[in-house]
Design a binder for this molecule. Structure first.
Ligand code: FES
Length: 110
């Protein structure tokens, strides 16, 4: 499966997130000194978790406050009950990469 570049290592501050260009979108979070990649769309509704609040490897959706574990994707609080998909992350030569499915690669805009 392809690895796509998410950001430069020093680019993402602790507690921040960036959306990786894939379909469906994946969010890369920097929390607890680590990088975590999950589906960006909250499983409760169509809302970007990259816009949520991140602390101690947990993201809180900014729309209805469901919390998810960034390590496992598990839904920790209502109203979400379904887990988030998680994705492997690796850091190489100062760049952060996320492994996604072939089918998730977005065609370049021409
Ligand atoms: S859309 Fe995220 S908790 Fe409702």
């Amino acid at each position: 499966m392809p690895w796509i570049r998410a950001c430069a290592g020093g680019e993402l501050e602790e507690g921040d997130a960036v959306v990786v260009p894939s379909e469906p979108p994946v969010a890369l979070f920097h929390s607890d000194g680590e990088y975590h990649a999950t589906a960006d769309t909250c499983t409760h509704g169509q809302f970007s978790l990259a816009d949520g609040f991140v602390e101690e490897a947990v993201v809180e959706c900014a729309l209805h406050s469901a919390k998810f574990c960034l390590r496992t994707g598990k839904a920790l609080t209502l109203p979400a009950t379904e887990p988030l998909r998680t994705f492997p992350v690796r850091v190489e030569d100062g760049e952060v990469y996320v492994e996604i499915d072939d089918a998730m690669i977005k065609e370049p805009v021409s």
